[in-house]
Design a protein around this ligand. Structure first.
Ligand code: SAM
Length: 342
C-alpha cells in the first residue's frame, strides 16, 4: 500500500506571538539561523521514522521525550502494534532517534510492559537489549509512581501504580542540569535537625559494609536538595482530545533536567502535544510528530490557545509540581530510619 504523504501542520501563529515570551536567556540570533530551514517549532503529521529520515540532520536534538503507542493496546484508537512485533517496530524508529540525537543529548521513553495471557510480556526488555545493540547506553531508569492509579481488584495481582521512564544516551557525558530540579527540604528538617545526635555529626558508615555512609549534619542550612529517581505524580485526568496524555509535569521535569533554554526537544509520538507545550513554556524549541492528523491539529490548536492565554495572563505557567515536594519528603524518613538502625 502506498504510504500517505507527510504533511507539515502549519505552525501556531508564531508571527502574532512573540516566540520567546517565556524564555529568559534565549539567544535570538542563533535561533533565527537554526530556524532557517523551518524545522523548529513544527508539528508534523506522518510516521516519525520517515519525517526524521527525510528532514532532520544528524545530531540535531538535545532531548527526545515520548511515550509510544502501547503494544496491543488501544487498537481501535490509534492502531496498536502486536506485542511480539513491538520491539522490532520501535527499534526501526529508535535507530533514527539515535542518528538525530546530539552526542550530549538524552532520550526518555515512557513505557510499561502489558500483561498478555496472564504474564508480563518481555517487549520492553527486548527493546532495551536491541537498543544497546544499536549503540544506545541504557543509562538510567526513573520510576513514575502514579498517585492516582487506576482503581480495581484482580485475583492474581495488585493495582498497577508505576510506569518506567527509561533513559538512554549516546555517550556517558550527557548534559544534565541537576540544580534545575532540586526540591525544597521540607518541614522535616526543622524537627529532625533541631537535635543532632553524636552519630549525626560524623560520617556514619553503612552497617551492611556497602561502603556508603551519611552525615546528617550535612543537611544543616540547606534549603534545596536533589530528588530521587522515583517521581511521584498524578496521571492526567482531563483527556485533552487524546486517550493517553502525559501529565504536563512529566515532560516539563525532564526538559528542565536535560536541556537549557534554546535547546531543541523532540516528541516523535506527540499525541495531544504536552511535550511541545512544556518545551515552549520553558523557552526551548519543539518538534512534534504524530501519524494521526486529528491529533496533530488538536495539538496545534491547543498550543495556540494556551500560548494566547498565557500571554493575556489568563493562565499561569505551571511550575514545580507539588509532586516533587512530596517525593522529597519521603527521603528524610528513610534517613531517620537508617540512622536509628531500623
Ligand atoms: C501514547 S500516545 C502519546 C501521547 C502523548 N504523550 C500525549 O501527551 O498526548 C502515542 C501517539 O503515537 C502516535 N503514533 C503511532 N504511531 C506513530 C508513528 N509511527 N509515528 C508518529 N506517531 C505515531 C499515535 O497516534 C499516538 O497519538
Amino acid at each position: 500500500m502506498p504510504k500517505p504523504p507527510i504533511k507539515i501542520i502549519p505552525r501556531p501563529e508564531e508571527t502574532k506571538v512573540s516566540l520567546f515570551t517565556y524564555s529568559v536567556t534565549h539567544n535570538a540570533v542563533h535561533s533565527t539561523e537554526l530556524d532557517s530551514k523551518n524545522l523548529l517549532n513544527a508539528i508534523w503529521c506522518g510516521d516519525c521514522r520517515d519525517v526524521l529520515r527525510d528532514y532532520y540532520p544528524d545530531n540535531y536534538f538535545d532531548l527526545i521525550v515520548t511515550s509510544p503507542p502501547y503494544a496491543e493496546a488501544r487498537k481501535r484508537v490509534y492502531g496498536g502494534i502486536p506485542a511480539d512485533r513491538f520491539a522490532a517496530w520501535l527499534l526501526d524508529r529508535t535507530a533514527e532517534f539515535l542518528r538525530v540525537l546530539k552526542p550530549s543529548g538524552t532520550f526518555i521513553l515512557n513505557i510499561k510492559e502489558k500483561v498478555i495471557n496472564g504474564e508480563r510480556h518481555t517487549y520492553v526488555l527486548d527493546l532495551i537489549k536491541g537498543m544497546r545493540s544499536q549503540g544506545w547506553l541504557w543509562t538510567e531508569e526513573f520510576i513514575w509512581h502514579k498517585k492516582n492509579c487506576y482503581p480495581g481488584k484482580w485475583p492474581n495481582r495488585f493495582r498497577d501504580a508505576w510506569e518506567r521512564l527509561l533513559q538512554f544516551n549516546k555517550s556517558s557525558h550527557f548534559k544534565m542540569r541537576q540544580e534545575a530540579v532540586m526540591v525544597p527540604m521540607g518541614d522535616w528538617a526543622e524537627t529532625r535537625l533541631r537535635k543532632l545526635s553524636q552519630t549525626d555529626k560524623r560520617r556514619d558508615e553503612s552497617r551492611a559494609g556497602s561502603g556508603f555512609g551519611k552525615n546528617i549534619s550535612n543537611w544543616l542550612g540547606r534549603e534545596m536538595v536533589y530528588p530521587t529517581n522515583v517521581l511521584y505524580g498524578a496521571t492526567e485526568c482531563s483527556n485533552r482530545n487524546h486517550s493517553a496524555v502525559f501529565p504536563y509535569w512529566l515532560p516539563e521535569w525532564f526538559i528542565r533536567l536535560f536541556t537549557d533554554p534554546g535547546d531543541i526537544v523532540l516528541d516523535p509520538f506527540l499525541g495531544s502535544g504536552t511535550t511541545a507545550l512544556a518545551a515552549r513554556d520553558l523557552g526551548r524549541w519543539y518538534v512534534g510528530i504524530d501519524t494521526n492528523e486529528k491529533y496533530c491539529e488538536a495539538a496545534r490548536d491547543s498550543l495556540v490557545q494556551t500560548i494566547r492565554k498565557r500571554i493575556n495572563g489568563k493562565t499561569k505557567l505551571k511550575r514545580g509540581p507539588e509532586v516533587h515536594k512530596q517525593q522529597h519528603l519521603e527521603l528524610p524518613f528513610e534517613e531517620i530510619k537508617k540512622s536509628a538502625g531500623t
